[in-house]
Design a protein around this ligand. Structure first.
Ligand code: ATP
Length: 357
């Protein structure tokens, strides 16, 4: 069965708009504003975002099957490329709450006996009467005007009992707890899975182009071969029953150096917002940005870059703030190939933090 995103792409040309009475969706989110926010926050994933736009319009129009979740999406890609970040931002935008996402880490459910935490304890066990599970029912249910959003992280690590429970959710929009007297309704939920499946194999294929004769000849990894590698690993990690119930497949790109300036800009903006709450303004000179950009190893994804910026820059800013409690404006500069945080106006003495890297 083709994925919905393929079908949408194929049908785009042929869909005709007819004059009809005004239709008001029960959902209050505006797909275009959500997309605007996502484009400002997620970098290097243009194809993914394009399909997210389709997904949002599909949900807003409320034309899905009423006996299934609103949509089932699978986010694939290597570590630290924005899968969880996109899930969190989507959840915040759709639910209107910063912590709107119900997140289940499948890694912790890898062993058979932990399956009870997803399906509820079997009769006779602790928790069986209450139907205790890892699910947050309110976040899953959402409300009449807001979808619920559920993320199953690292789904390939779930054991087969948990995967069977997931099939039920994807199929009928319900999870019957083992206790028997309770169920969880996912029919108003957007279901997201994340997985690193195939990422290692794609990375080692790409690494072959980093040196040797392939590099000398200017050869680049082929996208077709990468898709092939993903499909092989995807099919061996998941049963056809599972794959057939996925509506949207989002394949996240590795973060390349082209995306770094935008990623740096997002990190700086984020820091500035936090500093503004302490009445401090921050300016970062161009040379300092260039030096920060040079500290990236693409192997570890955007997460590594963002973490480096935080652990490199933020303690230096913090130290100057603590030493100068009245300082209102700070500047990040480069001198002798080292980053310094100084008080605006060049009050160097006692205000510099020397680059230790
Ligand atoms: N494409 C991106 N655009 C903007 N920020 C990103 C992107 N990718 C990663 N980040 C940053 O890196 C952090 C980690 O990314 P995220 O948690 O989304 O990784 P992931 O793809 O889910 O990886 P994993 O499979 O290891 O969970 C995010 O909190 C965010 O700050």
């Amino acid at each position: 069965m083709p994925f919905i995103n393929d079908q949408v792409a194929a049908n785009k040309e042929s869909i005709e708009v007819t004059n009809s009475p005004q239709r008001l969706s029960r959902f209050t989110f505006d797909p275009d504003s959500v997309m605007g926010m996502l484009r400002q926050s997620i970098v290097g994933q243009d194809e993914v975002l394009e399909s997210v736009g389709d997904l949002l319009h599909f949900i807003k129009a409320d034309i899905g099957e009423p006996t299934r979740p609103l949509a089932v999406c699978f986010f694939s890609g290597k570590t630290g490329v924005g899968k969880t970040q996109l899930a969190k931002l989507l959840a915040a935008a759709l639910t209107g709450k910063a912590d709107g996402l119900c997140r289940i880490d499948m890694n912790t459910l890898a062993q058979e006996h932990y399956a009870a935490s997803i399906t509820g304890a079997p009769p006779g066990y602790v928790g069986s009467k209450d139907g205790d599970t890892l699910f947050d029912k309110e976040k899953i249910a959402g409300s009449y005007s807001k979808p619920g959003v559920v993320l199953f992280d690292e789904v390939e690590k779930a054991n087969s009992a948990v995967k069977r429970a997931l099939l039920n959710i994807m199929d009928s929009g319900y999870l019957q707890l083992t206790a028997g007297n309770q169920s969880i309704d996912f029919r108003n939920s957007l279901i997201l899975f994340t997985s690193n499946v195939g990422a290692k194999e794609i990375q080692s294929y790409q690494n072959r182009f980093d040196g040797g004769w392939r590099k000398a000849l200017g050869l680049k990894p082929s996208r077709k071969k990468e898709v092939e590698l993903f499909n092989q690993n995807f099919k061996s990690a998941f049963d056809p029953e599972f794959i057939n119930r996925i509506d949207y497949l989002f394949s996240f790109n590795a973060i390349t150096s082209d995306a770094l300036p935008s990623l740096l800009a997002i990190s700086i903006e984020d820091l500035k917002v936090r500093l503004s709450k302490k009445s401090v303004a921050l300016t970062i000179e161009h040379e300092a940005k260039q030096l920060l950009l040079s500290k990236y190893n693409p192997e570890y994804g955007a997460r590594d870059f963002v973490r480096r910026i935080r652990t490199y820059l933020e303690p230096r800013v913090a130290r100057v703030m603590n030493n100068h409690p009245l300082a209102k404006e700070l500047r990040v500069v480069v001198q002798n190939r080292a980053v310094y945080v100084i008080l605006e106006g060049g009050l160097h003495s006692g205000s510099e933090i020397k680059d230790k890297h």
